[in-house]
Design a protein. Structure first.
Lengths: 180, 259, 113
């Protein structure tokens, strides 16, 4: 019976020739493909690599950014109306996004923002800045300019001296991204 | 109406219309790019402390007073303050008889360095050159641009006009399609301006630094997916002459902040 | 001297009045992610990492900056006027190089307030 034939055993010369043709042909084709000179490409390999590198820059990770915010907030319930973020809704160029952060507090030893964290959720590196304030500041108001790669949210977290926390978030539309 | 007058009237109307049309491309609405910028960008430009372009103006001032070259001269030595050159600055790009070609302000500064200071010319778009250029333009701020296009400048002007209306690049775009026909409209999220050069060299947010009109032309070409040409190439100088004349009367604005 | 750091404070303030300190630094703030196709390298990171403000020697403000701060960084914060003296802002970069700008401030004791 045909099915009793052991593995690899050739039944007849037709099968033998067929097998030789298939295996030999495959070898010849592979050899020809390897040895055929390639046509000159319009884009050099160096430029292809450069385009690849530019097309796949450091990717933003929103989950990671939110994890960072959660780490700072540390499970505390954010106080309402503590932190105000003034940012334009639409910016022409992500290179310069003017931000104004203000924290509504008495600026006394037991009621001042010790650290104000700023995050941009869809940036490749979400941390923007950390500001350490003191009661000597009189008012907790900071003006700065940040970079955003794409339309995203800016999150400000203020850690107060009495252990409470305030969070503010604003969405910004960016037409031209930064860092390209 | 007498029958003889009608063809005369028609001819007169046609003549006036043709003359008016020939001026049409040169008397389009003339507004600086400031008009088309976003409120935030305008706010940065208006604040002389926070305007980053002023850092370049200050650097230019330091360089203006710096001695350079084997003759040990500084710009200050011959020219006193940059404001004294304000009237001359409004005319650039200007024809240089000795070289029989027009020169941009940057090229003219280099020429000064080589011939009068015996110093090496600055590389195109280099920091020191841009600092000096923006210093001179800051000294001339408020004065209207007046680039001469008569006499030996005429061929350059015509070449510039030809380039302005010439389609280029994979997008097959000509300058006038965006900047004459559609200023104020949006192209992929960017608001089109009239493409004036009264504000160059300007601080562009995308460059995080100061660049000249020549560099902006390179970006324009790249945005139309055309091959950018060299800084100070004949084509770009001719284009700058045409665009500067097209915006004649616009006050020079320096240091300007643009997208 | 090339313009690199800039500071602005009001010349005279009343005691206990809160005034604004405005600063501007000329710095590329290179984030370290931009790819330069001509040189075929990622442009290396070079940032201003820390900004300190000392009011007559006492630290009154500290900023830690990361790559998302704009080039030629602009920063404004508030300080309460206590006594006449000097407001000094120091910028420290990735390589621990310190640059500073200082301004004098005069605090007027207002007997009426």
């Amino acid at each position: 019976m045909v099915s009793d034939r052991p593995e690899g055993h050739v039944r007849d010369s037709f099968e033998q020739r067929r097998r030789l043709l298939v295996s030999g042909g495959a070898t010849v084709i592979a050899l020809l493909a390897a040895l055929t000179p390639r046509p000159a490409s319009a884009i050099s390999w160096r430029n292809k690599l450069a385009l690849f590198r530019r097309a796949f820059p450091v990717q933003p990770d929103r989950t990671e950014a939110l994890r960072m915010v959660d780490y700072v907030v540390d499970g505390r319930a954010p106080r309402a109306d503590l932190v105000t973020l003034e940012i334009p809704d639409l910016v022409e160029n992500g290179e310069v996004v003017p931000i104004k952060i203000s924290v509504d507090c008495a600026m006394t030893a037991d009621d001042y923002p010790q650290i104000v964290h700023i995050f941009a959720l869809d940036n490749p590196y979400p941390e923007v800045a950390r500001y350490h304030l003191f009661p000597e500041n009189g008012d907790a108001e900071i003006d700065m300019r940040c970079r955003m790669r794409k339309s995203s949210e800016i999150v400000a977290v203020a850690e107060m001296s009495d252990g409470s926390v305030g969070v503010a978030e604003r969405h910004v539309d960016v037409t031209l991204g930064a860092c390209s | 109406m007498k029958p003889a007058i009608r063809p005369l009237l028609a001819a007169a109307f046609l003549l006036v219309f043709t003359i008016a049309q020939s001026y049409a491309d040169e008397t389009a609405a003339v507004r600086s790019g400031y008009y088309y910028a976003s409120p935030e960008t305008k706010a940065i430009q208006d604040d002389s402390f926070a305007n980053p372009g002023t850092l370049w103006v200050e650097a230019g001032e330091a360089r203006w007073n710096q001695k350079d070259g084997s003759k040990g001269k500084s710009c200050n030595g011959c020219h006193d303050d940059p404001e004294t050159l304000a009237e001359a600055v409004t005319g650039y790009p200007k024809y240089e008889p000795a070289l029989d070609k027009p020169l941009t302000l940057g090229q003219r500064i280099n020429r000064c360095r080589v011939s009068h200071m015996d110093a090496k010319p600055y590389a195109p778009e280099s920091e020191p050159l841009l600092s000096l250029e923006i210093l001179l333009r800051a000294g001339a701020t408020g004065r209207p641009m007046q680039v001469a296009i008569d006499g030996p400048m005429r061929p350059t002007f015509e070449r510039g006009r030809q380039l302005y209306f010439q389609r280029r690049g994979q997008f097959n775009l000509a300058c006038h399609q965006c900047h004459d026909d559609r200023p104020g409209e949006f192209v992929r999220g960017e608001r089109l301006s009239e493409g004036q050069v009264n504000n160059f060299p300007a601080y562009l947010l995308r460059w995080s630094g100061v660049g000249s009109a020549q560099r902006r032309f390179q970006l324009c070409d790249a945005q139309a997916r055309a091959e950018p040409r060299a800084i100070w190439s004949d084509d770009y100088v001719a284009l700058e002459v045409y665009v500067a004349h097209r915006g004649r009367g616009l006050p020079i604005e320096a240091p300007a902040v643009r997208r | 001297m090339k313009a690199i750091r800039r500071i602005s404070v009001p010349k005279k303030v009343k005691k206990d009045q809160v005034f604004t300190v405005r600063t501007l630094a000329r710095h590329k703030m290179e984030p370290g992610v931009r790819f330069d196709a001509d040189r075929f390298v990622v442009t290396p990171r070079h940032l201003l990492q820390e900004v300190l403000c000392h009011y007559n020697g006492q630290l009154v403000f500290r900023a830690e900056w990361f790559s998302a701060v704009s080039a030629n960084p602009y920063l404004t914060f508030k300080v309460k006027a206590v006594e006449s003296g000097e407001i000094k802002v120091t910028w420290i970069d990735d390589y621990a190089v310190e640059t500073f700008a200082a301004a004098a401030i005069e605090v007027i004791d207002d007997p009426k307030s």
